[in-house]
Design a binder for this molecule. Structure first.
Ligand code: FAD
Length: 479
């Protein structure tokens, strides 16, 4: 019968069903637990903190709550050309924080509900390996509960990584954990790091009226994304008043009055005074105190080493998500969770990282999937690029959001889609079409042959595909 049938009805487990223990209840861990339960395993999930992990409590979700309100505020302020006159678009930070807490609480509760409904037992506590077949869980009341299992899935996530810069340990210096708990909006903020997290916060804070400076060590923000669109986005953000210092290094930070003075070298040295300093220089896998070395699990520069089925060097122990993954994203963590659960339950599953969409929630949004022009040029592959500007798309104009472009890259010989990059309204939703097309190895002709509804932003994807073939209908002829 269906592999689900014997786990239906919650806790009723098949005689002799596999015992799986998942360590960590973030996006990776809870999805792995659900999938293993669907496949008939007897599953226990251990979480020392809140279900949902970084993504729900301190990451993807709370940041997007802030961003949504920031966008509404900008829309209200910039609505006059669209005929919208709002007397005062004022963001009340404490009300916004309450809304954020409510959304998070609701989603965390939802995860708990789903786990229960699938018969997964949740054990609150900190798990440490005692042997390859057993963990000891220290529960809140101090009691230790040993848990043995046929298979373990380690999903302990990541934590902010702070470089050893003098002053980063001063009280009040923010990481992404603290910034979401701010009681008041600061007047000014300096962000150290121009990666995805930094740029999203820069966009949010700026829309909320905060004076924002971003310091990035590399020559450009958002490394590894499409260079043309990154430059376009930076210009838009600069025009909104965000200051970017690239090829710039933070030397030190010192407390100054009720804020901080940060010494930055970008050719010349400069001291930048702001009310807050937020270090977002990346994250590192979290495996501290888990006892992995003691049982022989191999790590590679702090990351748990795994194969394409998420197996570690120790049989029976799998690892997924930020603590093991080459890509630290929520949707990658959950995909790996499903693969690990399926591998444990005897299905043929393996990770394939070729088609992983990435999303940057700025205003406008930015998203990409597959290869960039830069990567293809480096690898010597011949390709064709089609572009379609958002200012020629009806839906974008209706929304008063003409900034951005869709870029489709295809193999010059076969027409197969090699990458799609989008800057503009709802880019993070539009990218799903590119991911599906690439996953299905479609060619540009197949996107072109697909009728897209009118008026939609998706039409820009079709037009960019037409442009690959020099057939764009809503662009003047080239040359
Ligand atoms: P986590 O979510 O970190 O969960 C790990 C869990 O394990 C935690 O709950 C922890 O308490 C628990 N744990 C650890 N050790 C133990 C132990 N010994 N015993 C018991 N429990 C333990 N990704 C996106 O895809 N899109 C986004 O928009 C996005 N935005 C982000 C914004 C911010 C500000 C941040 C910080 C991250 C963002 N991410 C985003 C990344 C995303 O949050 C992570 O990739 C994702 O949470 C990884 O999931 P995970 O399950 O591997 O780990």
């Amino acid at each position: 019968g269906h592999p689900n049938s014997h786990s239906k009805g919650g806790r009723i487990m098949a005689e002799g069903s596999k015992r799986v223990v998942v360590i960590g209840g973030g996006t990776g861990g809870y999805v792995a637990a659900l999938r293993a339960a669907q496949l008939g395993a007897s599953v226990i999930l251990v979480e020392k903190n809140a279900l949902g992990g970084t993504c729900l409590n301190r990451g993807c979700i709370p940041t997007k709550v802030l961003l949504h309100t920031a966008e509404l505020a900008s829309a209200a302020r910039e609505g006059e050309p669209l005929g919208l006159f709002v007397k005062e678009a004022r963001v009340d930070w404490s009300v916004l924080m309450r809304h954020k807490e409510e959304v998070v609480a609701r989603l965390v509760e939802g995860v708990g509900f789903l786990l229960g409904a699938n018969g997964v037992e949740v054990v609150q506590g900190n798990a440490v390996f005692r042997s390859p077949g057993e963990v000891a869980v220290t529960q809140e009341d101090g009691t230790v509960r040993p848990l043995s299992a046929d298979a373990f899935i380690v999903a302990t996530g990541s934590v902010p990584a702070l470089p050893p810069v003098p002053g980063f340990d001063l009280p009040g210096i923010l990481t992404s954990d603290g910034v979401l708990g701010l009681e008041m909006l600061p007047k000014s903020i300096l962000l150290v790091g121009g990666g995805v997290i930094g740029i999203e916060f820069a966009s949010i804070f700026s829309a909320l009226g905060v004076e924002v400076t971003v310091v990035e060590m590399l020559p450009e923000i958002l490394p590894n994304l499409d260079v043309e669109l990154v430059g376009y986005l930076r210009q838009i953000l600069e025009a909104r008043g965000i200051r970017f210092l690239t090829s710039a290094t933070v030397k030190s930070v010192r407390a100054l009055g009720s804020g901080y003075a940060t010494a930055v070298t970008a050719g010349v040295e400069e001291e930048i005074v702001t009310e807050k300093v937020f270090v977002c220089t990346g994250r590192r896998p979290f495996t501290q105190g888990l006892g992995l070395e003691e049982i022989g699990v191999r790590t590679d520069r702090g990351r748990i080493a795994v194969d394409e089925r998420m197996r570690t060097s120790v049989p029976g122990i799998h690892a997924i998500g930020d603590c093991a993954s080459p890509i630290m994203l929520a949707h990658v963590a959950s995909a790996e969770g499903e693969v690990a659960a399926e591998a444990i339950m005897g299905l043929r599953a393996a990770m394939d990282y070729r088609v992983v969409p990435s999303a940057v929630y700025t205003a406008p949004e930015f998203a990409g999937v597959g290869r960039t022009e830069e990567e293809l040029t480096r690898s010597g592959q011949s390709f064709t690029v089609g572009r379609f500007p958002m200012n020629s798309n009806a839906k974008a104009l209706i929304a008063g959001m003409p900034d951005g472009m869709v870029k489709v890259i295809s193999d010059r010989e076969t027409g197969e889609i090699l990458g799609m990059h989008v800057l503009g309204p709802r880019a993070t939703d539009l990218i799903a079409e590119g991911a599906l097309a690439m996953r299905s190895e479609l060619t540009v002709d197949e996107i072109v042959a697909t009728i897209h509804a009118h008026p939609t932003l998706g039409e820009a994807v079709r037009e960019a595909s037409l442009d690959v073939l020099d057939r764009a209908l809503h662009l003047p002829p080239k040359g």
